[in-house]
Design a protein around this ligand. Structure first.
Ligand SMILES: [Fe+2]
Length: 155
């Protein structure tokens, strides 16, 4: 029994489900690795990076919730469980160690580049099946691309 039904079915629903789940995993893990770096960053630029990483976490958590709830509105079950995220994330993982400020900037420049590339693939994939979901993904990409700029600017 489907408790929630939405306007999509068949292949369109499957494409949108994959796009939303892929973006959700990216955003949930991004919030986790950003907290990891927020705690472990060291160096002369500790303070601005410590704060910037928490700003990133706040933005990403809000978008993750929006995408998960979009999935629910379409009758899909978002999966943000730790085991699911650990098993399907594409993000590079920082070591369990201090991370020098320059390495944090380089790491997050690379991580965000990957997230943006996958978001843009999801945006392309959802164009025809569901422009409403696509619109949400575009809003996510706008914020992530802004964050990417701000990490690049510190290199
Ligand atoms: Fe904190």
């Amino acid at each position: 029994m489907a408790a929630i039904t939405g306007p999509l079915s068949g292949d369109a629903k499957k494409v949108v489900a994959d796009a939303l789940q892929g973006a959700l995993v990216d955003l949930v893990d991004l919030s986790l690795v950003a907290k990891q770096a927020h705690w472990n960053v060291i160096g002369a630029h500790f303070r601005p990076l410590h704060l910037q990483l928490d700003e990133l976490v706040a933005i990403v958590r809000e978008h993750a919730d929006t995408l998960a709830e979009r999935a629910v509105a379409l009758g899909l079950n978002p999966d943000g469980r730790a085991a699911t995220v650990a098993g399907s994330t594409k993000l590079a993982q920082p070591e369990r160690a201090w991370i020098e400020d320059g390495k944090v900037v380089a790491l997050f420049t690379d991580i965000l580049e990957g997230v943006i590339q996958r978001l843009r693939e999801h945006i392309a994939a959802t164009d025809e099946p569901d422009p409403v979901t696509q619109d949400l993904l575009i809003a996510v990409a706008q914020d992530i691309e802004k964050q990417h700029w701000m990490f690049q600017a510190q290199r």
